[in-house]
Every structure is written in structure tokens, then in C-alpha cells.
Design a protein around this ligand. Structure first.
Ligand SMILES: CSCCC(=O)C(=O)O
Ligand SMILES: [Fe+2]
Ligand code: NI
Length: 165
């Protein structure tokens, strides 16, 4: 289940998450990952066919017609380079919708001028609303697989804010 840690180390309760959602439009839900996908999701990397099989097993969202699967894993030679891209504080013109299927990660968000870390793992469904400054770091496992729901085919568009990590 997702966890939220504030900079002062206080761990948020579930209703803090709800408050966060209400205040900042950050949505954190549980959406189970079909057990049948386990063999595919434990693979290090997924080829096109496996990616199609994973996406086909997840209910489509008519409001977000295009989606892709992002796979970060230590066996990717550009894994750290890609991971460091997400560590930069950034915002998106559209909502960032991620369904975590494997691995873990930490979304950094700025809440009321305070830094908060949202720990996510398998089954967590997160919406970071358009314009909200955030970053994303991998945990020590250096792996995550997440479905990215995109509202159009413009792909991953981010504006980096230059905030110091
Ligand atoms: C698991 S991808 C999440 C990283 C991120 O902030 C992004 O994709 O823009
Ligand atoms: Fe992002
Ligand atoms: Ni969790």
C-alpha cells in the first residue's frame, strides 16, 4: 500500500493521503494487478509482445486512449540515465497517471511548501495532476514497471523546474 512520509519524518495516515488528494489533486488508489501477469512482470525486461500482453490484461480507460509501459530495471544499460531524468523536479501539462505493476518508487511532491515522499509499489494507482511539481526516484531495487496513461500521443512531456534535489 502506498505510504506518505513528510520531511519531518512523520508518516501520513490513510486520511492524510485523502487530504493530500483533496488538497492537491493527487490521487492514490489501489488497483489490483491480475495474478496471471506475475510471470511476465517478474521478467527483467519485456519485449513488444510481452508488453502488449500486459497492457491487454488491464482494463482500458476510454478517457486515456493511449498508454504505454515504462520498465526500469538494472539490466537496462541506460537504467541509471533514465532514472536520473525522473529525479529532476518537473511538471507536466497533463495529468500524470501511473499504475505500478512491479517494483517500487518514490514520488517527491511539494505540499504546502513542504516536501513529502509518496512511496508506491505494485497495485498503487497514482495521479499527479497537471502542473504539480514532482520528481521520482527508484528505491534500492532500481526497478519498476508502470503503465503510463496518456491523454494524447504527444508522449512524455515535462518542464523541469530546476529545483535543487
Ligand atoms: C514510474 S514513471 C514516474 C516518473 C515521472 O514522474 C514521470 O513519468 O514523469
Ligand atoms: Fe512526472
Ligand atoms: Ni504499497
Amino acid at each position: 500500500m502506498a505510504r506518505l512520509l513528510f520531511e519531518d519524518g512523520r508518516e501520513a495516515t490513510a486520511d492524510d493521503l485523502t487530504t493530500l488528494a483533496a488538497a492537491f489533486g493527487i490521487i492514490v488508489e489501489r488497483r489490483d494487478v491480475p495474478a496471471a501477469l506475475a510471470p511476465l512482470l517478474e521478467r527483467e525486461l519485456l519485449d513488444d509482445e510481452a508488453t502488449r500482453d500486459v497492457l491487454a490484461a488491464l482494463p482500458p480507460r476510454p478517457d486515456f486512449p493511449s498508454r504505454d509501459l515504462i520498465v526500469l530495471h538494472p539490466s537496462r544499460k541506460d537504467n541509471e540515465q533514465l532514472a536520473s531524468k525522473f529525479e529532476g523536479w518537473h511538471r507536466h501539462p497533463g495529468d500524470e497517471i501511473r499504475h505500478i505493476l512491479d517494483g517500487q518508487g518514490i514520488f517527491g511532491v511539494i505540499v504546502d511548501g513542504r516536501r513529502a515522499d509518496l512511496f508506491v509499489g505494485r497495485g498503487d494507482f497514482v495521479v499527479v495532476p497537471a502542473g504539480l511539481e514532482h520528481n521520482f526516484r527508484l528505491t534500492e531495487s532500481r526497478r519498476i514497471k508502470a503503465v503510463r496513461y496518456l491523454s494524447d500521443a504527444s508522449g512524455w512531456v515535462a518542464e523541469f523546474t530546476g529545483r535543487a534535489a
